[in-house]
Design a protein around this ligand. Structure first.
Ligand code: SF4
Ligand code: FES
Length: 380
């Protein structure tokens, strides 16, 4: 691609030069930000991905300098190559914005709204897509698709109802493991990821299906229901591994490693490792190395500020200066108000303001005893 002649393409009024043969999507990713269309099935690290979900639709308002006619229909930017002089509209096209809302509605048509109990919540591409590009509500009312449950062993959980048939997991099994024993069966609304996926689980790299799955259809059973992802702290770490690059992200709470995943790039794809190859990790690193002592910790992961996972991560944050006590001449703020003047929430014997630190159940017991004693004395 690098030896290809450069061609000019204008996307959302920004002109750049890219090698001929580049897709519109990758040209837009060079510009970055919102100009890059969202993707649910394309995955730059997997050959032949894309063309399934239609999330990346764009409008080609000018085909090329040679043939300036616009393309009559919206095109999938992950599958359409740029031409010299091409003009493309993504966020500047009302047609695209409206069509994408329809695509999101279709992707969600059979998807259960079970984010409150789904382990993918907080890092789900479909959740982000529906917030960013979807419409409130749905126009359809019919019985949603359901499936027989497949058990995939102790490491990977499949929830077929959440699957959007992006084929990424099939490509991972095809391209990263020695044998691919699962695929998409049937067509249309019957299509499902099935057959022998459980048999492909003994492949060393099959755990990567969890990381490429854009929704909660494939999740890590060793992490399942253990914690909400935004309560954990992501940390980059590595170890010497004979099977993979050994460069991972640990999701920790205190000293406990809850989960091990690949590292991600800005497109939420598996990042490139320090050896220049894609940083896929093996099952041993992912499922078996759950102790801090297994890893060399590099430091906290830089979390995108837009992600819910960034909540409560104060890397390099400094505590602001507090002047209130100084202004009040050494009187602690908690002594400024007697709660008993305002509320009857506690017995007057319980002086929360006099307790050093947060109240403990023992403090309430002591207050109760004092109160009872007083009552007893009063009755004497
Ligand atoms: S299980 Fe996940 S990765 Fe596989 S096709 Fe469905 S949505 Fe895509
Ligand atoms: S990302 Fe292009 S069709 Fe899915």
């Amino acid at each position: 691609m690098a030896d290809q002649p450069l061609v000019k393409v204008t996307i959302d009024n920004i002109t750049i030069e890219v090698p001929a043969g580049t897709t519109i999507l990758n040209a837009a990713r060079k510009i970055g930000g919102d100009v890059a269309p969202p993707t649910m099935c394309y995955y730059s690290k997997l050959e032949d991905s894309g063309g399934k979900c239609r999330t990346c639709l764009v409008e080609v308002s000018k085909g090329s300098d040679k043939d300036p006619r616009p393309m009559p229909k919206l095109v999938a930017s992950c599958r359409t190559a740029v031409m010299d002089g091409m003009e493309v509209k993504n966020i500047t096209s009302q047609r695209v914005i409206t069509a994408r809302k329809g695509v999101v509605e279709f992707l969600l048509i059979n998807h259960p709204l079970d984010c409150p109990i789904c382990d993918q919540a907080g890092e789900c591409d479909l959740q982000d897509l529906s917030y960013g590009h979807g419409e409130e509500g749905t126009r359809t009312e019919f019985r949603r698709r359901t499936f027989e449950k497949h058990t995939l062993g102790n490491q990977i959980q499949l929830h077929m109802t959440r699957c959007i048939l992006c084929y990424r997991c099939v490509l991972v099994a095809d391209q990263l493991t020695k044998t691919r024993q699962h695929g998409v069966l049937d067509r249309g609304d019957r299509a499902e990821i099935a057959t022998y996926i459980e048999k492909s689980l003994d492949n060393d790299f099959i755990g990567n299906v969890i990381d490429v799955c854009p929704v909660g259809a494939l999740t890590d059973r060793t992490f399942r229901f253990k914690n909400r992802v935004w309560f954990t702290k992501p940390v980059d770490a590595h170890r010497n591994c004979s099977k993979c690059c050994g460069e991972v992200r640990l999701w920790m709470r205190g000293d406990e490693v809850f989960r091990v995943t690949t590292r991600r790039d800005i497109w939420n794809e598996v990042a490139t490792a320090s050896d220049g190859k894609t940083g896929w990790i093996c099952n041993e690193c992912r499922f078996e190395k759950k102790k801090v002592s297994d890893w060399v910790i590099e430091g906290p992961t830089k979390v995108n500020r837009k992600s819910v996972i960034s909540a409560n991560k104060y890397v390099a944050a400094t505590k602001p200066d507090e002047f209130l006590e100084e202004v009040m001449k050494g009187v602690k703020p908690r002594f400024m108000l007697d709660i008993h003047n305002e509320s009857e929430v506690n017995e007057p014997e319980l002086r929360l303001d006099l307790i050093d630190g947060p109240a403990h159940s023992n403090d309430f017991k002591i207050a109760d005893e004092a109160h009872n004693k007083k009552l007893l004395n009063g009755s004497e």
